[in-house]
Design a protein around this ligand. Structure first.
Ligand code: SF4
Length: 366
């Protein structure tokens, strides 16, 4: 079974830290974009089994519920959709209310991912988000009334954020008992406003030690509240892991539609044109809008499997690694743990996941 990712690249304005491909939304553009998406979906292999659908962005909640309905109808007609698919939609707090959420629900969305990011107004202003704490609290209440499967995104490491303010945000979010919480560390990417501000000395980020403290605080608070820390940035109540993302981490096949969307199937990765004009031009000519594609060797696949496996609590098979000394050292340092035949990162190891992954990958061949 594959996952289907549907990219909605439009946003009302650009957040200061964002390096995603996003375009300012304008009048009428969503109708035209939806028509092109329908055409792109129609260019895919018919009857491919699909188990999850994920509307990501950008800001998918800028789509009207009737757009979502049309897209899901086309998905159903084109692919072989499983009997109980997970259908997620990312929403920003300022673009929803109970009625709109109910309409999304009626269109077939059964999992909402709400981009709260923080419940402190000064932190939201620092990120230049378009919502306030009050708007988020209303959106959380509305989401809770309509969706039995709710995920909430938060960000840590925000300028001005402290472990105490982060803890307040977490505790308030827990009052809504979301089934899933994603917690992302704020990173500064080249080309973003934050990068310019940082280069000009106008941005003071929390120091590394504070960010580590925040990560461990999130781990302690959420696992203490009954969540499973099942991937570096993701926590779920038992039985509520995101099926769509689990499929990525387990190297299952997925199809992405929309500009810049990625796909993986049959040992092949491909990426759509990033530029919406190039993407639209190809579709109008009846062509798949693929910009680049790459066939993966067995070695590439093994490396990816280990890199992705280490991000999750499934871990990797110990006997894949030949450097037992390195592994022993990481276990003794408290960065890795061995459960049965599998090696997994500890929360402290997750803080150094990139470095540890590189070290362990060297150990495949040494
Ligand atoms: S809403 Fe999301 S995608 Fe849009 S600019 Fe902000 S962070 Fe980027």
């Amino acid at each position: 079974m594959a996952g289907l990712y549907i990219h909605i690249p439009f946003c009302v304005s650009k957040c200061l830290y964002c390096d995603f491909y996003s375009i300012p939304v304008s009048e009428g553009v969503l109708d035209e974009y939806t028509s092109l998406l329908l055409m792109e979906i129609g260019l895919h292999d018919r009857n491919r089994p699909i188990d999850t659908v994920y509307f990501g962005g950008g800001t998918p909640s800028l789509l009207q519920p009737f757009h979502v309905l049309k897209i899901l109808e086309r998905v159903q007609r084109t692919f072989h959709l499983s009997a109980s698919p997970e259908v997620s939609l990312e929403a920003n707090p300022e673009s929803i209310n109970t009625g709109r959420l109910q309409d999304y629900r009626d269109s077939g969305v059964n999992r909402l991912s709400l981009g709260v990011q923080s419940l402190q107004d000064e932190e939201l202003r620092a990120l230049r988000r378009n919502h306030t704490r009050e708007v988020s609290l209303k959106a959380l209440s509305a989401a809770r009334q309509v969706f039995e499967n709710l995920s909430v995104d938060i960000i840590y490491g925000i300028p001005g954020q402290t472990p105490e303010s982060l803890h307040r945000t977490l505790l308030e979010i827990l009052e809504f008992s979301p089934e899933h919480i994603s917690a992302y560390e704020l990173t500064i990417h080249k080309g973003t406003e934050f990068h310019t501000m940082q280069s000009g000395g106008e941005l003071t980020m929390p120091d590394e030690q504070t960010v580590e403290e925040m990560f461990l605080l999130i781990h302690e608070t959420l696992t203490g509240a009954g969540y499973e820390h099942y991937e570096i940035s993701n926590f779920a109540r038992p039985g509520h892991r995101c099926r769509h993302n689990m499929n990525y981490w387990l190297m299952g096949p997925y199809i992405g539609v929309g500009p810049s969307a990625h796909s993986f199937s049959d040992k092949r990765r491909w990426e759509n044109h990033r530029d919406i004009g190039d993407w639209a031009k190809a579709i109008r000519r009846g062509l798949r809008p693929i910009a680049t594609e790459r066939q993966l060797s067995d070695r590439d696949l093994l490396i990816e499997r280990l890199m992705l496996g280490l991000r999750t609590d499934i871990g990797i098979e110990r006997d894949r690694l030949k450097c037992t000394e390195k592994v022993e050292m990481l276990i003794q340092n408290g960065h890795l743990k061995c459960e049965g035949s599998r090696l997994k990162l500890t929360p402290r190891g997750m803080l150094l996941s990139n470095r540890i992954t590189v070290e362990l990958l060297e150990g495949i061949w040494c």
